[in-house]
Design a protein around this ligand. Structure first.
Ligand SMILES: C[S@@+](CC[C@H](N)C(=O)[O-])C[C@H]1O[C@@H](n2cnc3c(N)ncnc32)[C@H](O)[C@@H]1O
Ligand code: SF4
Ligand code: SF4
Length: 327
């Protein structure tokens, strides 16, 4: 038996696949599945057992689809909180009014993340007309109740030049954090050519590093430490202290890797984490050959496995977007 030594363990839980939007880049292909409250309690019980076994802290990110469309969102948040788990909600923000913000505050959520994929014109071209104004109104509602609000920007070929303007806007809005990550679409499914080239990604990271020095963009995601010269180096958690549960109970190592490792209605989260062959393969991949000479290799360990898999169909190779790869 492996020795699992974690200080914390994140569960990203897609409580529903229903959504009021249909964003161009969205990785979902089903917008119907939905977790009922009894099944939800089972997921929480299993997560608590896993945390107890590993003697580590929990971090539960509730998302979807659009989590605000779920009738039991607040009950689930309360239940998780009553078990001492830190909770966050990842949402498109368009359905958050004053009442919802008040309820989220009463549930003691630690943070809410809202997606903004650019300023109004570009955001609406990706997420649908009117979605920017509604998301911004959601951010105001959250901030008026003192909720920590972070903004997530999914970088893709049609919004690259928006980060600088968005950073200025988020500051004016009073958002607590702005972070970004790459869109992940399997190469053979990217019909709109949304995936960034390595050069575009590296250029965006240099822009972000300048904004980071002004305190406007957080650069903590994969490979962003290179231009930012961060001391803390991100490493991909797939196979380790992260699991995803979908609204039909399916379990994945990462939402951006196309592997279903089981279902919570048939197996426990703990047994899937410890015994799934894919989980074992992901955590035992080691440092890819092209990274061996890199000074960051012990911590970075090859960048994002989901990017390698989407672009090259393998996760045991260096992240193809890294400028330090020794080919
Ligand atoms: C699936 S959404 C769920 C929460 C909410 N509906 C929203 O849009 O924020 C969570 C995050 O995943 C991002 N996302 C969706 N499809 C993606 C993809 N193909 N690659 C990378 N991120 C993606 C969204 O932009 C959003 O920031
Ligand atoms: S709002 Fe979120 S879940 Fe809905 S379509 Fe957009 S990215 Fe997908
Ligand atoms: S060469 Fe490999 S280990 Fe080094 S930063 Fe790039 S992906 Fe990470």
């Amino acid at each position: 038996m492996e020795n699992f030594n974690y200080t914390d363990f994140t569960l990203q839980w897609h409580i529903t696949h229903r959504c009021n939007l249909r964003c161009k880049h969205c990785y979902q292909d089903d917008y119907s599945a939905f977790e009922d409250f009894e099944d939800a309690k089972n997921v929480l019980d299993q997560y608590c057992t896993l945390l107890k076994t590993y003697n580590c802290k929990g971090r539960l990110n509730i998302t979807g689809g659009e989590p605000l469309t779920h009738p039991h969102l607040f009950n689930i948040l309360r239940l998780a909180r009553s078990r001492g788990i830190r909770t966050g909600v990842l949402t498109n923000g368009t359905l958050i009014g004053d009442w919802d913000a008040r309820k989220l505050k009463a549930c003691n959520v630690d943070y809410v993340q809202i997606s903004l994929d650019g300023m109004e014109k570009v955001h609406d071209s990706i997420r649908g007309k009117g979605s920017f104004k509604k998301a911004v109104s959601g951010i105001y509602a959250l901030k008026s109740h003192g909720i920590f609000t972070s903004i997530s920007f999914t970088a893709q070929n049609n919004n690259l030049f928006e980060l600088k303007k968005l950073a200025r806007f988020c500051k004016l809005l009073g958002a607590d954090k702005l972070w970004f990550d790459r869109v992940i679409i399997p190469a053979d499914e990217d019909k709109d050519d949304l995936t960034l080239s390595a050069e575009s990604f590296q250029k965006l990271c240099r822009t972000a590093a300048r904004l980071n020095r002004k305190g406007r963009v957080f650069c903590g995601r994969s490979l962003q430490f290179i231009p930012c010269k961060n001391k803390v180096i991100y490493h991909c958690a797939a196979g380790e202290n992260l699991l995803i549960v979908l609204a039909n109970g399916d379990v994945m190592p990462c939402r951006r890797l196309p592997f279903i490792i089981g279902n919570v209605k048939q197996s426990s989260l703990l047994s899937l984490h410890q015994s799934s062959p894919i989980m074992n393969e992901l955590r035992n991949t080691g440092i890819p050959d092209g990274c061996k000479e890199c000074t960051y290799s012990a911590l970075c360990r090859g960048g994002s496995k989901c990017v390698s898999y989407a672009k090259k169909h393998r996760f045991d190779i260096p992240d193809p977007d890294c400028k330090l790869i020794n080919n």
